[in-house]
Design a binder for this molecule. Structure first.
Ligand code: 2P0
Length: 326
């Protein structure tokens, strides 16, 4: 049976940066994210007993060995859980423009997990789905839910208590998330490798871990109180601390360009002029600016005025995973 699922990408307010177990995708700390309405992946999966290997089609093109191996490795886990051995056709459409600076791995693996588990006959939802999505990409486990989401790192060695939960849904607090694209080249340090190097070598990683619980508490409170200034202050601080851990790694690395700094300065200028806007940055040079919907237009225009900014995409909190055609 062919099953189609859709999942949206997410942006972390409190970052996942470092694993305590690489094989099980267990993070060092909890993270909190917003699922985004505009960017998503739609994936169909059909298991068939006449196939000799998995076939992965992305945006209409058959993918080669490297891409397919990653998907097959993830499907092996699902085949093992279902005690089945058929191969699958995976047909995926990414509505996450690479140009928007979002990794498609979160929405991609969340959609794949939802479609594949159902297609193989596993009755997974909620925590089960979040837990298995983690094995594709850690941040995928947050994309199972809409709105504001927390990934609990868990304490068990086997990872059974490491999955995401919703804090509030997408209808409960509207915010504007602007993805500000700057000129850039492909990144030299992939996030998986970057977080590994940071955990192993950074002089500042202990500081990151020592202050994370305070950031998480502050963020949960800000969300419950719908206190935007409180949320913005902590999310910007948390992003800067994550980037500081990279500067303290050996060898050190960083993702910012001059244009990244231009955007950061502009956000601070906006705040000085009384407009509440805050930035966060992931493992790349692009900046996400978060503001309240009433300030969206002026913040967007300010970003477009920066010479090195190529494009600005606007998102709002979006839904969790869903099945299409049911
Ligand atoms: C996050 N990032 O919380 C952080 C902030 C990047 C910076 O999650 O190795 O692609 O597949 O678990 O999920 C990117 O890491 O890494 C990420 P893996 P993933 O959004």
């Amino acid at each position: 049976m062919k099953i189609t699922a859709r999942a949206h990408t997410n942006i972390a307010l409190i970052k996942y940066w470092g694993k305590r177990n690489e094989q099980l995708f267990l993070p060092m700390n909890n993270s909190i994210s917003i699922t985004l309405d505009q960017f998503y992946t739609t994936t169909s999966v059909t298991f068939r007993d006449d196939l000799k290997a998995d076939s992965f089609i992305l945006n209409g093109s058959e993918m080669g060995g490297q891409e397919t191996d990653k998907i097959s490795g993830f499907l092996d886990l699902i085949r093992e859980k279902a005690r089945r051995n058929e191969y699958a056709v995976i047909d995926s459409i990414n509505n996450v423009p690479t140009a928007a600076g979002f990794a498609s791995s979160a929405s991609g693996f969340a959609a794949l997990a939802a479609a594949a588990t159902k297609a193989i006959g596993l009755n997974y939802s909620g925590a089960d789905l979040s837990r298995i999505s983690r094995f594709g990409s850690g941040s995928a486990c947050r994309s199972i839910y809409g709105g504001f989401v927390e990934w609990n790192k868990g304490v068990r060695a086997d990872g059974t208590d490491s999955f995401a939960e919703q804090i509030i849904d997408e209808s409960e607090w509207d915010l504007s998330i602007l993805s500000v694209m700057v000129e850039s080249k492909p990144k030299k340090v992939l996030s998986r490798e970057g977080m590994q190097r940071t955990v192993k070598t950074s002089a500042f990683y202990s500081g990151w871990l020592e202050t994370i619980d305070a950031d998480l508490n502050f963020t949960r409170e800000a969300i419950q109180e719908r206190d935007f200034e409180k949320l913005g202050t902590v999310l910007e601080h948390n992003a800067l601390k994550m980037h500081a851990t990279m500067l303290g790694a050996n060898p050190p690395f960083f993702y910012w360009t001059g244009s990244t700094l231009d955007v950061m300065h502009k956000v601070q200028e906006l705040r000085d002029s009384g407009i509440q806007a805050y930035f966060t940055i992931d493992a790349g040079p692009n900046v996400k600016v978060i503001c309240q919907p009433e300030d969206e237009r002026i913040v967007k225009e300010s970003m477009q005025q920066i010479q090195s900014v190529r494009d600005v995409f606007v998102c709002h909190p979006g839904p969790g995973v869903s099945y299409i055609g049911e």
